[in-house]
Design a protein around this ligand. Structure first.
Ligand SMILES: Nc1ncnc2c1ncn2[C@@H]1O[C@H](COP(=O)(O)OP(=O)(O)O)[C@@H](O)[C@H]1O
Ligand SMILES: [Mg+2]
Length: 159
């Protein structure tokens, strides 16, 4: 397999809520090779967590389905695709709006896409009703000359 990226990985798992933590930690561990700051790593984990949770609760509505994550690195940019074969989104622009939700009883309702957008540089939503949804997020990992991050602290974030 010849890749146009510096590195890439794929992950496929079923839509069980236990796998949300597994997914965000795995993506963080993959991104760690770009030497991100703790804040950058934490932003990426939060965005992945929101997207995966959406697949579990909205795409499959807590039934069992498959979730795929593809992550690539090119120079200092990480791109993460999170896709499902679930119910799809009827109105993407509406779904992006802060506080818009089709499930009002959940915690932090309607802020998932807003959080993804604020923590990542770019968030694309591709969706077809009855076919599924793909979220593509990009983030540049800033190069820092005097990165005084303590390795231990970073390792703590990988759990
Ligand atoms: N993967 C998905 N499949 C189907 N619908 C989705 C998906 N992700 C998001 N949505 C729709 O977009 C809305 C907004 O999502 P979000 O901003 O994360 O808020 P919340 O999850 O709290 O409802 C959801 O209520 C849902 O209708
Ligand atoms: Mg959400």
């Amino acid at each position: 397999m010849k890749s146009k990226y510096d590195n890439e990985m794929e992950l496929k798992f079923i839509s069980k809520s236990n796998n949300e933590a597994f997914a965000r930690v795995t993506v963080a561990a993959f991104v760690a090779q770009l030497d991100p700051t703790i804040e950058e790593l934490s932003d990426i984990k939060t965005a992945v967590s929101e997207a995966v949770t959406n697949c579990i609760v909205h795409a499959y509505e807590n039934t069992e389905g498959s979730i795929k994550i593809k992550a690539t690195l090119l120079k200092n940019v990480v791109e993460i695709e999170i896709s499902d074969n679930g119910r799809g989104i009827e109105d993407i622009e509406l779904a992006r709006k802060p506080l818009y939700t089709t499930k009002g009883n959940l915690e932090r309702s309607g802020m998932g896409f807003t959080i993804m957008e604020s923590f990542m540089d770019k968030v694309e939503i591709h969706s077809v009703v009855g076919i599924g949804t793909k979220i593509v997020m990009k983030k540049e990992i800033k190069k820092e000359e005097n990165n005084e991050i303590i390795e231990e602290e970073k390792n703590a974030l990988l759990n």
